[in-house]
Ligand binder design. Structure first.
Ligand SMILES: [Zn+2]
Length: 168
Protein backbone atom coordinates (compact mmCIF):
# COMPACT_ATOMS: atom_id res chain seq x y z
CA UNK A 1 0.00 0.00 0.00
CA UNK A 2 2.56 2.59 1.09
CA UNK A 3 5.01 1.48 -1.57
CA UNK A 4 2.53 2.17 -4.35
CA UNK A 5 0.65 5.17 -3.05
CA UNK A 6 1.95 7.32 -5.91
CA UNK A 7 0.89 4.96 -8.66
CA UNK A 8 -2.26 3.49 -7.12
CA UNK A 9 -4.53 4.98 -9.78
CA UNK A 10 -2.66 3.27 -12.65
CA UNK A 11 -3.40 -0.16 -14.14
CA UNK A 12 -2.23 -3.29 -12.31
CA UNK A 13 0.04 -3.94 -15.29
CA UNK A 14 1.90 -0.69 -14.72
CA UNK A 15 1.96 -1.22 -10.95
CA UNK A 16 3.43 -4.70 -11.40
CA UNK A 17 6.07 -3.37 -13.78
CA UNK A 18 7.12 -0.73 -11.25
CA UNK A 19 7.12 -3.33 -8.48
CA UNK A 20 9.48 -5.58 -10.48
CA UNK A 21 11.80 -2.65 -11.23
CA UNK A 22 11.75 -1.76 -7.54
CA UNK A 23 12.58 -5.35 -6.55
CA UNK A 24 15.35 -5.54 -9.15
CA UNK A 25 16.66 -2.11 -8.15
CA UNK A 26 16.41 -0.88 -11.74
CA UNK A 27 14.15 2.14 -11.19
CA UNK A 28 17.05 4.56 -11.01
CA UNK A 29 18.52 3.15 -14.22
CA UNK A 30 15.18 3.60 -15.99
CA UNK A 31 14.82 7.17 -14.72
CA UNK A 32 18.42 8.22 -15.39
CA UNK A 33 18.28 6.93 -18.96
CA UNK A 34 15.22 9.10 -19.67
CA UNK A 35 16.06 12.07 -17.46
CA UNK A 36 19.82 12.16 -16.99
CA UNK A 37 20.29 15.62 -15.49
CA UNK A 38 19.04 17.65 -12.55
CA UNK A 39 18.21 21.32 -13.15
CA UNK A 40 19.50 24.59 -11.70
CA UNK A 41 16.23 26.15 -10.60
CA UNK A 42 16.92 25.96 -6.89
CA UNK A 43 15.68 29.26 -5.51
CA UNK A 44 12.37 31.13 -5.51
CA UNK A 45 13.55 33.81 -7.94
CA UNK A 46 14.56 31.27 -10.59
CA UNK A 47 11.36 29.31 -9.98
CA UNK A 48 9.25 32.42 -10.44
CA UNK A 49 11.01 33.29 -13.73
CA UNK A 50 10.51 29.73 -14.96
CA UNK A 51 6.78 29.77 -14.08
CA UNK A 52 6.18 33.27 -15.47
CA UNK A 53 7.84 32.34 -18.78
CA UNK A 54 5.46 29.39 -19.15
CA UNK A 55 2.51 31.53 -18.13
CA UNK A 56 3.43 34.24 -20.68
CA UNK A 57 3.75 31.64 -23.39
CA UNK A 58 0.53 29.71 -22.78
CA UNK A 59 -1.77 31.52 -20.38
CA UNK A 60 -1.44 35.19 -21.22
CA UNK A 61 -5.00 36.03 -20.30
CA UNK A 62 -5.24 34.08 -17.06
CA UNK A 63 -5.43 35.84 -13.72
CA UNK A 64 -2.16 37.26 -12.34
CA UNK A 65 0.15 35.31 -10.09
CA UNK A 66 1.23 37.07 -6.95
CA UNK A 67 3.64 34.53 -5.58
CA UNK A 68 5.60 31.53 -6.82
CA UNK A 69 7.86 29.76 -4.38
CA UNK A 70 9.31 26.53 -3.06
CA UNK A 71 7.74 25.39 0.19
CA UNK A 72 9.40 22.84 2.45
CA UNK A 73 6.17 22.40 4.38
CA UNK A 74 4.55 20.64 1.44
CA UNK A 75 5.00 16.95 1.83
CA UNK A 76 4.45 14.98 -1.28
CA UNK A 77 1.61 12.76 -0.20
CA UNK A 78 -1.28 11.43 -2.21
CA UNK A 79 -2.00 13.97 -4.90
CA UNK A 80 -0.68 17.00 -3.12
CA UNK A 81 2.27 17.49 -5.45
CA UNK A 82 2.15 21.22 -5.38
CA UNK A 83 -0.19 23.66 -3.85
CA UNK A 84 -2.17 26.27 -5.61
CA UNK A 85 -4.08 28.62 -3.42
CA UNK A 86 -6.41 31.51 -3.78
CA UNK A 87 -5.65 33.77 -0.90
CA UNK A 88 -8.33 36.21 -0.01
CA UNK A 89 -7.12 39.22 1.86
CA UNK A 90 -8.94 42.22 3.06
CA UNK A 91 -7.25 45.27 1.57
CA UNK A 92 -8.88 48.46 2.75
CA UNK A 93 -12.51 47.75 2.30
CA UNK A 94 -12.02 45.48 -0.69
CA UNK A 95 -11.70 41.71 -0.62
CA UNK A 96 -8.88 40.86 -3.01
CA UNK A 97 -8.24 37.39 -4.30
CA UNK A 98 -4.63 36.43 -5.00
CA UNK A 99 -3.16 33.45 -6.80
CA UNK A 100 -0.14 31.74 -5.33
CA UNK A 101 1.82 28.71 -6.43
CA UNK A 102 3.89 26.72 -3.98
CA UNK A 103 6.08 23.85 -5.13
CA UNK A 104 7.35 21.10 -2.83
CA UNK A 105 11.11 21.39 -2.24
CA UNK A 106 11.62 17.81 -3.45
CA UNK A 107 11.46 19.32 -6.96
CA UNK A 108 14.66 21.29 -6.36
CA UNK A 109 16.69 18.16 -6.91
CA UNK A 110 14.79 16.60 -9.77
CA UNK A 111 15.02 16.58 -13.57
CA UNK A 112 13.72 19.71 -15.30
CA UNK A 113 10.87 17.70 -16.85
CA UNK A 114 9.42 16.89 -13.42
CA UNK A 115 9.61 20.50 -12.28
CA UNK A 116 8.05 21.61 -15.56
CA UNK A 117 5.23 19.09 -15.16
CA UNK A 118 4.35 20.26 -11.66
CA UNK A 119 4.53 23.95 -12.62
CA UNK A 120 2.32 23.27 -15.66
CA UNK A 121 -0.13 21.45 -13.34
CA UNK A 122 -0.33 24.37 -10.93
CA UNK A 123 -0.56 26.95 -13.75
CA UNK A 124 -3.46 25.03 -15.30
CA UNK A 125 -5.32 25.49 -12.03
CA UNK A 126 -5.36 29.24 -12.71
CA UNK A 127 -8.00 28.43 -15.32
CA UNK A 128 -9.48 25.13 -14.15
CA UNK A 129 -9.91 24.42 -10.46
CA UNK A 130 -10.96 20.79 -10.90
CA UNK A 131 -8.98 17.87 -12.29
CA UNK A 132 -11.37 17.52 -15.20
CA UNK A 133 -10.99 16.94 -18.94
CA UNK A 134 -10.46 20.63 -19.71
CA UNK A 135 -7.78 20.76 -17.01
CA UNK A 136 -5.76 17.89 -18.50
CA UNK A 137 -6.20 19.26 -22.03
CA UNK A 138 -4.66 22.49 -20.83
CA UNK A 139 -1.79 20.59 -19.19
CA UNK A 140 -1.13 18.74 -22.45
CA UNK A 141 -1.27 21.98 -24.40
CA UNK A 142 1.60 23.29 -22.27
CA UNK A 143 3.44 19.97 -22.06
CA UNK A 144 2.46 17.48 -24.80
CA UNK A 145 3.79 14.40 -22.97
CA UNK A 146 2.28 15.56 -19.66
CA UNK A 147 0.79 12.16 -18.77
CA UNK A 148 4.02 10.24 -19.40
CA UNK A 149 6.02 12.72 -17.34
CA UNK A 150 3.47 12.52 -14.52
CA UNK A 151 3.79 8.73 -14.47
CA UNK A 152 7.59 8.98 -14.48
CA UNK A 153 7.47 11.55 -11.70
CA UNK A 154 5.32 9.17 -9.65
CA UNK A 155 7.84 6.41 -10.37
CA UNK A 156 10.59 8.77 -9.18
CA UNK A 157 8.68 9.45 -5.94
CA UNK A 158 8.33 5.70 -5.45
CA UNK A 159 12.09 5.39 -5.92
CA UNK A 160 12.72 8.24 -3.44
CA UNK A 161 10.52 6.72 -0.75
CA UNK A 162 11.86 3.21 -1.08
CA UNK A 163 15.47 3.46 -2.17
CA UNK A 164 16.61 7.07 -2.14
CA UNK A 165 17.80 10.07 -4.12
CA UNK A 166 19.33 9.68 -7.55
CA UNK A 167 19.81 13.32 -8.54
CA UNK A 168 22.44 15.27 -6.58
ZN1 LIG B 1 -4.16 19.70 -9.01
Amino acid sequence: MTVFKYISSYSSEIQNQVKSMLDERTLSKYLLSKYPLPHNIVNDKALRTFAMDLKKQYLKKSSPLSKVQFDDKIHVINNALGLHSFVSRVQGNKLKSKNEIRIATVFKSAPIEFLEMIVVHELAHLKEKEHNKAFYQLCQHMLPNYHQVELDLRIYLTQLDNIGKIYR
